[in-house]
Design a binder for this molecule. Structure first.
Ligand code: SF4
Ligand code: SF4
Length: 304
């Protein structure tokens, strides 16, 4: 049996990817199951999806704790959770990243197949849904199914939800992902034990303030370390942008942004797009319409 664990965020297509892979395995004459595990019900929340593929009947029903393959659709997750946890010694990780394998640090040194699946998705779909491209990388790394079977799986699963045109574009993304995959080894030794809790205790809040200064320039937030350890990454391709000619610096958006990602710098009010989740609150609250929600085309320019 081959067990695959997908790490994604709500809205990034981890569940669709696991379903399309299972369907492809079915077309290859194998037995397959897929199922998701959600956290908060919102876009951007952490999502796990699982797939099991076997030539024999599959009786195991649990989540997958010792996968043969891990798939990471959003590389900002690497900083938050131990994606390599439980991976079998001969297992492999498939990561959506523009980095080389040796530039990626995980808890253990593991075999990696990497590709810039978001870039491929932007070029083929016009949206940063990396799931199809990463499926191409997955089958190249594991030989679980042939490309023709993956194509049928994508056309079936994506086609029934998005229509045949988008399904065909996703097939093209999978082919490009297959070709673009680069293999190597990660670094090990990343320590996940020091992630800060999301909320400060009451004793950590300075008297008379509810918004203490954070350690990096992501603006003010409800507590130290909350927004700064939760990079929204590529799951949101719409981000807030402030027109400096219109902005009167009333700071309403600073105090209403739930991610604390709007702040003052060099006499301007600006958005740190790495943390913006595109809720649009700043746009609706601005009294002079200085905030515009813009579509991001080049994610490599967005840095914390
Ligand atoms: S869109 Fe939402 S998260 Fe982004 S800057 Fe505006 S208020 Fe903050
Ligand atoms: S609410 Fe509008 S005018 Fe006020 S600081 Fe924000 S962008 Fe500028």
């Amino acid at each position: 049996m081959h067990e695959i664990r997908f790490h994604g965020r709500g809205g990034t297509g981890a569940v669709m990817a696991s379903r399309a892979l299972a369907k492809a395995a079915f077309y290859a004459g194998k037995n397959a199951v897929s199922f998701p595990s959600f956290s908060a019900e919102r876009r951007g929340a952490l999502v796990l999806a699982f797939a099991r593929i076997n030539t024999k009947k599959i009786y195991r029903k649990s989540q997958i704790y010792e996968p043969d393959t891990i798939v990471v659709l959003d590389n900002s997750l690497i900083e938050l959770i131990d994606v390599a946890k439980g991976l079998k010694p001969e297992g492999i990780g498939i990561i959506n990243t523009s980095k080389k394998p040796e530039e990626i640090q995980l808890s253990n040194q593991i075999q990696l197949g990497v590709l810039d699946a978001t870039k491929i998705a932007m070029e083929t779909l016009g949206q940063p849904y990396a799931n199809s491209a990463i499926l191409g990388a997955l089958i190249r790394s594991t030989n679980l199914v042939e490309m023709k079977e993956l194509e049928k799986g994508i056309l079936s699963v994506f086609g029934s939800k998005l229509g045949q045109k988008q399904a065909t574009e996703n097939v093209e993304a999978a082919r490009l992902g297959y070709e673009a995959t680069v293999f190597g080894k990660s670094q090990g030794g990343r320590n996940y034990s020091k992630i800060q809790p999301w909320l400060p205790s009451v004793d950590e809040l300075p008297i008379g303030t509810i918004l203490p200064k954070t350690t990096v320039e992501t603006g003010q937030t409800i507590g130290p370390g909350s927004a700064t350890i939760r990079i929204t990454g590529t799951w949101s391709y719409i981000k807030a942008d402030i027109n400096q000619d219109l902005c009167i610096q009333c700071l309403k958006c600073v105090f209403h942004c739930p991610e604390g990602t709007i702040h003052r710098k060099d006499g301007k009010v600006i958005v740190n797009k790495a943390y913006c989740k595109a809720c649009g609150i700043c746009e609706s609250i601005c009294p002079v319409n200085a905030v515009e929600m813009i579509k991001i085309k080049e994610f490599s320019e967005i840095k914390p």
